[in-house]
Each structure stands twice: as C-alpha cells, then as structure tokens.
Design a protein around this ligand. Structure first.
Ligand SMILES: [Zn+2]
Length: 396
C-alpha cells in the first residue's frame, strides 16, 4: 500500500520514491509508487499534477486502495527503480486555499442554518450544495463578509486523528462514512470536520473568499465561490473588463451599471418608436410593391427579400393579400420567412411548404392561409419553387 505523504506534510512538493508497479488507468499509462505526495482525486478535491522522472502526471486516482499516477507517456523506469517526483506546487496551494476556504464557508453557512450537502472544487470556481431552503442576497452578503473576516483573523487550522469512540465528543460538522481511524480537520473554535484532503495551517492564506452566484439544484441551493488565487484572478478579470467599458463610456467604473441600464431602456424605447414608424409606412410600401407581382392566368405572386422584422413582414404580407387571388412570400436575410395566400385560392399550405421549403432546410408552421418560419438560406430557389408549385396547382 502506498504511503500517503501529504497526510503528514502537505507542504512536501518534491519527494523520492520507488516504483512498485506500472500499468494502465483507463487506457493511459500509470505508475504506482511506494510513497507519494500526490493527492489522488477524492472528497471533491481535484488530483495533483506534476512530474515523475520528468514525465508529466496528468491525473492521480485511487482504485481498490491503490494510488495510480496517470502519466502522459510511459515512465522510463522499471519496477524497483528509484524516481524523483515534483508536484505542481502552485496548483496544490490553490487547491488548499479552495479546500480550507470551503470548510470555513460551510461552517459559517451552518451557523446560519444551512448545512453543506456536497462540495466540488473546479479550476477557478468551486461549488457547495446547501440544504435548508432559499438564501436571500442579504444573507449571502453576511456569510461572505463573515467568512472573509474569519479568514483575515488567521485562525489556526489543525489536523488530528481520532478513534470511533472519540467521535461523538468532537461535535463534527461532517461525519465520516468510513470506519476505523478518523482524520479530523479543525478550524480552531469554529469547525470540526472529518476530511482526508489537504488544507492550510491557518485561515489567513485562504485570502479572499468570493461568493459568485447561487443556483437552485433540485431541493438544494448551489453556491458558486472562489478562494485565494482563483478569487484574485476572477476579480482582476472582472475589474479589467469593467474598466475597459468605463473608459469607452468615459465614466467611472461604478457609474457603468446605471449608465448601461439607462442605455438599455433608451434603446428599447427607440426600437418601439422605430417599429411604430415603420408600421405607419407599410401601406406606402405595399403600394410600391404592387408593380412587382407576377401575374399569370388566375393569380398573382410576389416573392421578395425584405429588410425588417418578422412581425412587420407579416403585416406587410397581410396588406398585400387583401386583393383577391394573391400569394405573397417574403423573407429576411436572417432566414425568417412568411407566406400568405388569398383564401379563395384554396391552397393547402401544409403540403406546399412541405414540398417546396422544407427540402431547402427551412422550418416553420402556421395555420389557415398563413405560414411563417426560419432557416431559409437560399431565397431565390425557394421563391422559384413556391411560384412553380402554385402555377402547377392553379393550372396556370
Ligand atoms: Zn477538507
């Protein structure tokens, strides 16, 4: 069985070991060592990365009590050979920030009546699922502030082993599922939890803890958060992006949000005005299009690309089919289209679109003498096909 060095010294980022066996893990070359500082994925904490004998370690997994270091390529060392290994220390440190930060956040959420159900650590954003119902934004703010305060107070974090008999007296937040010897992680005076992960020695190096958003997942609330380096990178990126916008708007960073809200409202108002003005022009537009109908014996057809929104296109087509024996097919360059046929032509439009437009990739629906849809890419072919179909059916 591999000796797990990170249990006793989580700051051990370089070590020597002996190759115990080589094999494969899920199709990739893997190696087992007599001892390791690599943390295998577990308890929500991601696996460590690094190198063994110069070969990149892309994953580390526990299977049947064995620790497999998954490698980018086979190791140039045989069973029994000594190897030198090095962890990606920055990644491990960030994992320790996330993990200790999560214990702290979970403890503060519990004080407010929200127990942690499960946790997951991502690259930048991590999550914890809470039971206990919905969370107000005031409460989230309060928890976030309190967690940061406790981080900045640099409270010691201790790890100790306990037997099963000692457990009840410890008042654990998270009770273990395995039987035997228990590894307890304690934030002094605040939280005790059974955990096999790697943590910091105090809350200070967690750095900033930022709650990012909340999502309802089944009956639980999922909290997205970032700690330390992850929080720093996300906040730096956000501030940079906001500053860029502020510069463009020649405003201060914190004036951007109200200014953008104003712009959105303004643009919605303008859109409504433009749309109402364009609607007033539709009868004139309809009159102009009169000359563009192709009249064959029995009916007139207009197939035309139109610059405007679907609703407007629909109204225009309605105006144009007010005269008898007409078919109007309009499309916008977004691929949306409308088709109207005068009722007295008694055309089955379901069959018409199925035979002419659908084979060209268009989609759509409607009822009676009206159809509309999208996905039209080749308007000239579509228009020709519709016209030919009508001529054929109407005996022209
Ligand atoms: Zn932990």
């Amino acid at each position: 069985m591999t000796k797990l060095l990170y249990y006793d010294d989580k700051w051990l980022f370089e070590f020597s070991a002996t190759v115990v066996s080589t094999g494969a893990f899920k199709g990739k070359p893997a190696v087992e060592l007599d001892q390791t500082a690599f943390y295998p994925e577990g308890g929500g904490q991601p696996a460590d990365r690094g190198v063994i004998a110069g070969v990149p370690v892309v994953d580390c997994q526990k299977a049947n009590g064995r620790v497999w270091h998954v490698l980018e390529q086979p190791l140039p060392a045989e069973v029994g050979s000594p190897v030198f290994a090095r962890l990606d220390a920055a990644r491990r440190f960030h994992n320790m920030q996330k993990h200790t930060g999560q214990h702290l956040l979970s403890a503060v959420f519990l004080q407010e009546g929200f127990p942690t159900v499960s946790v997951h650590f991502g690259e930048e954003e991590s999550t914890l699922d809470l039971s206990g119902g919905a969370l107000s934004s005031e409460l989230l703010k309060k928890v976030e502030e309190q967690a940061n305060r406790l981080a900045f107070e640099n409270i010691p974090v201790k790890v100790f082993w306990a037997s099963e008999e000692e457990l009840p007296a410890l008042g654990l937040r998270k009770t273990p599922e395995v039987l035997g010897k228990y590894r307890i992680v304690e934030i002094e005076g605040l939280d005790r939890s059974a955990c096999g992960g790697t943590h910091l020695d105090a809350t200070g190096p967690i750095g900033v803890i930022k709650i990012l958003r909340v999502e309802k997942v089944r009956e639980n609330q999922r909290i997205y958060f970032a700690c330390g380096w992850g929080a720093y990178r996300l906040l730096a990126k956000s501030y940079e992006s906001l500053s860029e916008l502020a510069k463009k708007m020649t405003r201060g960073v914190f004036e951007v949000t109200p200014a953008v809200v104003n712009l959105i409202e303004e643009s919605q108002k303008l859109r409504r005005e433009v749309s109402s003005l364009r609607e007033q022009l539709l009868p004139q537009k309809a009159l102009e299009l009169e000359a563009e109908f192709s009249t064959v014996s029995g009916f007139s057809f207009l197939g035309k690309m139109y610059k405007g929104e679907t609703e407007e296109m629909k109204k225009l087509a309605q105006l144009l089919v007010q005269k008898p024996n007409r078919a109007v097919f309009l499309a916008a360059n977004t691929g949306s289209w409308v088709l109207l046929v005068s009722p007295e032509l008694a055309m089955d439009l379901t069959v018409l679109v199925k035979e002419t437009l659908f084979p060209l990739g268009a989609k759509g629906g409607g009822s009676g003498n009206f159809r509309q849809g999208g996905g039209l890419t080749d308007f000239p072919s579509a228009s020709n096909k519709v016209f030919e179909y009508l001529k054929n059916k109407l005996g022209a």
